[in-house]
Write a protein that binds this ligand. Structure first.
Ligand SMILES: Cc1ncc(COP(=O)(O)O)c(C=O)c1O
Length: 403
């Protein structure tokens, strides 16, 4: 576990404010409209893939400004299905940054392909285009840039570098629903982009995801693979014009979305702009409160684009603030405020000891990020008092830790 604090700290944390209740790291924003939409689906009796999934996919495509969008069971499933639909398998190499959730790596490994780790950019915390091009070999088939925290990173440079080298770009857009680059939403920038609608994400379906594809052909393959490679889904078989006969055209999986989740997603999609505005306002308030504090780096926003602000990640330099980010986490905990770390680099997990051995000491920006990063609570339903409490505790913690 090189560069890891092992999730622990000797520092106990100090109390700076009196909170009567715990402020969680995330609280979903679900209202009566979401409950009514799911109830309506349940009353309809159609609980699996049906009209709502298709409506949700079409509505997401319109929102993102893309032609092809396939709702799937999760972003994890979508990443895997997309690589499989691209024909990636044993002998192929897929490049990804280590600072990501295990799902990005798992998709590659489940395909039987070889993961190749390339370092992150110190400003966007996403894949560094120079590290990507240095890692390309004649076996590289795909690259998975990760839009860390909702920052679309340097996706345009990566797409430009990949095209011409025969490398497919599968953007891990789990965090970046609503993000933009030069006036275009994430979803229409890469060969495929895969979003997450997990409970904590920008919009949620409980569990769920979406794959947007540049071509109809890829979208059709992802859709088919998400439903056992069958040529007819439940709607086509059991709807009023359905017929019982179907054929399995290729070996696939059961990884599509269902109507109750899609109904929830349709309501959340209608609120996406409001959520984004609120997330952006909270991030702006945090930036203002923390920029200029010694040893603290606030997150960057895209120069010509929109940040989705799924996460708010501060970096704390342990050379300047004694105890570094572990001090901040301990103080937040002592003051009844949740926090997190995004992410434990994938090669540090015990399951991937072979990657740890291969990459030890070769990914300095990723290791530094892991040493210094702390994620603060940021979600649309945070109250003004809750935001103030986070600001007060982080500022007090950094000041008390000044070396
Ligand atoms: C970067 C990243 N990729 C993929 C995933 C997987 O998303 P899901 O939970 O929808 O499978 C996550 C989830 O947190 C993530 O953070």
């Amino acid at each position: 576990m090189a560069g890891s604090s092992g999730g622990g700290s000797a520092y106990e944390g100090r109390t700076f404010i009196a909170r009567s209740d715990f402020l969680p790291f995330f609280r979903p924003d679900l209202g009566d409209a979401e409950i009514a939409a799911v109830t309506e689906v349940m009353r309809s009796g159609w609980l699996t893939y049906g009209a709502k999934v298709r409506e949700f996919g079409d509505a997401c495509a319109r929102y993102l400004g893309v032609e092809h969008a396939v709702p799937v069971a999760s972003c994890s499933a979508g990443l895997y299905l997309t690589l499989k639909a691209m024909g990636i398998g044993p002998g192929d190499e897929v490049i990804l940054p280590p600072v990501t959730f295990v799902a990005t790596l798992a998709a590659v490994l489940h395909c039987g392909a070889t993961p190749v780790l390339a370092d992150i950019d110190p400003v966007t915390y996403g894949l560094d285009p120079a590290a990507f091009t240095a890692a390309v070999t004649d076996r590289t088939r795909a690259v998975i840039p990760v839009d860390m925290a909702g920052h679309p990173g340097r996706i345009a440079e990566i797409v430009a570098a990949a095209s011409g080298r025969g490398v497919q770009v599968v953007e891990d857009a789990a965090h970046s629903f609503g993000a933009e680059v030069a006036g275009r939403r994430v979803g229409g920038l890469a060969d495929a982009s895969v979003f997450s609608f997990y409970a904590t994400k920008c919009i949620t379906t409980g569990d769920g995801g979406l794959v947007t594809c540049r071509t109809q052909e890829l979208a059709d393959r992802v859709r088919s693979l998400s439903f056992h490679g069958m040529d007819a889904n439940a709607w086509q078989r059991y709807g009023d014009k359905g017929r019982w006969y179907y054929e399995v055209l290729t070996l696939g999986w059961k990884m599509h979305l269902g109507d109750p989740a899609a109904a929830l997603g349709l309501v959340q999609l209608g609120r996406a702009d409001g959520f984004l505005a609120r997330r952006s306002a909270i991030a702006a308030r945090f930036n203002e409160a923390f920029a200029g504090l010694p040893g603290v780096t606030v997150p960057s926003a895209p120069a010509d684009g929109v940040h989705a602000w799924h996460l708010y990640i501060l970096r704390i330099d342990p050379e300047i603030v004694d105890g570094g980010r572990d001090r901040i986490i301990a103080d937040l905990t002592a003051n009844r405020i949740g926090s997190s770390v995004h992410f434990i680099p994938v090669h540090h997990h015990p399951a991937f000891a072979d990657l740890e051995a291969r990459y030890a000491g070769t990914l300095p920006e990723s290791e530094r990020h892991y040493r210094e990063a702390v994620s603060l609570p940021l979600f649309p339903s945070m109250t003004g008092q809750e935001i103030d409490d986070v600001v007060t505790v982080v500022r007090a913690s950094v000041t008390a830790g000044a070396r």
